[in-house]
Design a protein around this ligand. Structure first.
Ligand code: G3I
Length: 351
């Protein structure tokens, strides 16, 4: 009887010990196979755009974010209308929360974005300003925002989307009010405000050679000739299954910027699947391959060390509301389960 009891006790404690060991190894295995862990070993940055609300409200969002990424870009929290809602008032509540989260977990921050034609406050779009006043507004904005995050933001998208698809300069409040000079001034002011941050021009649709990328290339070449401080070009990479440049074309584009001494980062990647063909699982597989190919290009090209996605969970992507259709453009599903694209990135990073 006593022996039977002892045996049962032994079996129970052995089972508990085995279960705990399995859990511990499982935990260890997960922390050793995250994108972040693998990327860090090869000096790569794998990043994601971050939204303020889920960061505040959803523990799972915070957990996956900190586990898988070593870089973040505030998706909206640093934009003009959010940080500079009135002419004489700045509000860094949301941006500060994101930057604090990042610094507590040792994540780099990309600042996005100082000069853009969208998400501007009405005091600015509806006001009437002379060129000198508009210059003073922009200078104050850049000094204040970049100054506020000095030494805490590693790279800034100083100017965002200044070119049209045909390669002409976009008609914006900045071009109309200040003239072409606004581009050069923005970079100079950003450098003055934080000499250590890397300064980027960020574009969509310019991932491979073509009217837009060529215009950007020529323009940046001119800026460099004039001694304007610019360190790199952001290739946003908002693509879809039937609308994606080849990896070879992206690599060629990266190389010509390398010849100018410029860094290139993939800054806003997502891959729509709504226009693809095949079953959902085939489309998710095709999506995975695109993510993997672009990461591979960045891994191989010497002037690229950063791939940032425009979000990480399909629960929080700008695509469905923008296109009006359901989609699943990111690497975790709506319940934070890893998708084939996630495993493909792991696989590329493990090579
Ligand atoms: O904050 C307001 C909220 O107060 C209001 O109740 C709600 C009602 O619609 O709107 C909220 O603002 C939205 C904002 O995102 C914050 O969620 C805007 O309507 C919405 O238009 C805005 O969309 C953002 C878009 O930029 C605006 O241009 C997307 O989230 C953001 O992902 C997207 O990001 C851009 C990059 O900055 C630059 N490259 C392209 C990329 C995709 O468009």
């Amino acid at each position: 009887m006593r022996w039977g009891k002892l045996l049962r006790l032994k079996v129970v404690s052995l089972s508990i010990f085995t279960a705990l060991t399995v859990l511990w190894w499982g935990h260890l295995a997960l922390s050793f196979t995250s994108l972040r862990w693998l990327a860090q070993r090869q000096d790569l940055y794998i990043g994601t755009a971050v939204q303020f609300r889920p960061l505040q409200r959803q523990p799972m969002y915070r957990q996956v974010l900190a586990r898988e990424f070593n870089m973040v870009t505030p998706e909206n929290a640093m934009k003009f209308e959010v940080v500079h809602p009135e002419r004489d008032r700045y509000d860094f509540t949301q941006a500060d929360a994101i930057v604090q989260f990042a610094s507590d977990r040792d994540l780099q921050v990309r600042g996005h974005t100082l000069v853009w034609h969208r998400q501007l406050p009405s005091w600015l779009t509806e006001g009437e300003f002379t060129p000198e006043e508009l210059k003073a507004i922009l200078r104050d904005h850049i000094y204040t925002v970049v100054g506020h995050f000095r030494d805490r933001v590693s790279a800034w998208d100083v100017v965002n989307e200044a070119f049209n698809d045909d390669g002409t300069l976009r008609d914006t409040i900045w071009l109309r009010g200040i003239g072409e000079e606004y581009l050069e001034l923005a970079f100079r002011w950003a450098r003055e405000a934080d000499p250590t941050a890397r300064l980027f021009y960020n574009n969509y649709g310019g991932e491979m050679a073509g009217k837009k990328a060529d215009a950007t290339y020529e323009f940046i070449q001119k800026l460099e000739d004039r001694g304007v401080p610019i360190d790199g070009v952001g290739l946003q990479m908002h693509v879809g299954l039937n609308n994606v440049p080849t990896a070879a074309a992206v690599a060629d584009n990266m190389r010509r910027f390398d010849e100018l001494g410029l860094e290139v980062q993939i800054t806003e990647m997502d891959v729509q699947i709504q226009n693809g063909t095949g079953t959902e699982s085939e489309r998710l597989q095709a999506q995975a391959e695109i993510y993997g190919e672009m990461l591979r290009v960045c891994q191989v090209e010497p002037n690229c060390n950063t791939l940032v996605m425009w979000g990480f969970t399909d629960a929080h992507s700008w695509i469905p509301s923008f296109t009006g259709n359901d989609d699943a453009p990111l690497i975790f599903d709506e319940s934070y389960r890893p998708k084939p694209a996630y495993y493909e990135l792991l696989e590329v990073l493990s090579r």
